[in-house]
Design a protein around this ligand. Structure first.
Ligand code: ZN
Length: 299
């Protein structure tokens, strides 16, 4: 049976992820995730996409799709952002821990991308990300360059197809390498670390699945930048430090809210949805507030 890979385009819909000069992480992620998936499909892999259009999805929903699919591998495509524009550049792949096949795959992906001219920021262990700790299969999150770096955006636009190939190659060469390795040692004593489980298995100390994500309010939030009309936004915090905004974003995402960060007037504003109707913003604000967040509605 073909190896089943779930390819996730990060963010989406009312959660654009990082935004820089009107460029949205969710759009770049969707384009690149689709291109990576197409290459994997063409090479005989069984690919499922978490989204193929600009829809809102919580990170819990993304992980649930991979779990329901019974996928062998989950790869989430994102773009990074620094504390202020132009601060950082480079590619980086995030994993839950360094067990199994994940670390080698992350290193291969980063190395392939670095060959295209990206700075290699290296593999990073991130146990707190929902798509990494709630997925029941090896999971990777690829930060395909910084969206607030002009250098990285130039590379992203000029070497787009090569980037997709670099990521797909990193995945495929690692999977094929693991297959060769396991067939080579099948007659022998298993390697020390892998004695109790095959390389694709999940680590035994992986935390249990999170409880179901609370339902979204009845109406879908509007995409944040609708130019022609004023939008009501539910804001949960505004910070000078990117890290503080990221922390709040993670909490909101863990609670199933489609949160995103907007950089405005020197502040990282953490918002949940953008609504054309005030009543929808109020309904969302009530839900967020009930979860214990300090919120207010802004335009
Ligand atoms: Zn992201």
């Amino acid at each position: 049976m073909a190896t089943k890979i779930v390819v996730d385009a990060g963010h989406g819909g009312s959660n654009p992820g990082a935004v820089y000069q009107g460029r949205r992480e969710s759009d770049d992620a969707l384009r690149l995730a689709t291109a990576v998936g197409k290459i994997l499909e063409a090479n005989g892999y069984d690919v499922t996409y978490t989204r193929t259009s600009d829809v809102t999805q919580s990170v819990g929903q993304k992980a649930a799709i991979a779990n329901e699919e019974g996928a062998d591998l989950f790869v989430s495509i994102h773009r990074n952002a620094g504390e202020y524009p132009g601060q950082y550049s480079g590619v980086q792949t995030l994993i839950y821990d360094d067990s199994g096949i994940k670390k080698q795959m992350a290193e291969n992906i980063d190395a392939n991308l670095a060959e295209l001219g990206f700075r290699n920021a290296g593999v990073s262990i991130r146990p707190n990300l929902v798509v990494l700790n709630s997925t029941q299969m090896p999971a990777l999150l690829v930060e395909a360059g910084f969206i607030d770096s002009d250098t990285d955006n130039r590379l992203f636009d000029s070497r787009f197809q090569a980037m997709a190939q670099a990521i797909a190659d990193g995945i495929m060469e690692t999977l094929e390498g693991a297959q060769v390795a396991s067939s080579n040692i099948s007659e022998e004593e298993p390697q020390e670390e892998e004695r109790h489980r095959p390389p694709m298995d999940r680590p035994p100390h992986r935390p249990p699945m999170r409880p179901p994500i609370p339902p979204m309010p009845p109406t879908r939030p509007m995409p944040p930048e609708e130019p022609e009309e004023e939008l009501y936004r539910v804001q949960a915090g505004a910070f000078r430090e990117r890290q503080n905004a990221d922390n709040l974003l993670q909490l909101l995402e863990n609670d199933g809210f489609p949160a995103f960060i907007v950089y405005q007037d020197g502040l990282y504003k953490v918002q949940v949805g953008a609504f054309s109707r005030l009543s929808n913003a109020i309904a969302m604000e009530r839900e967020v507030r009930e979860k214990g967040y300090n919120t207010y509605i802004t335009t």
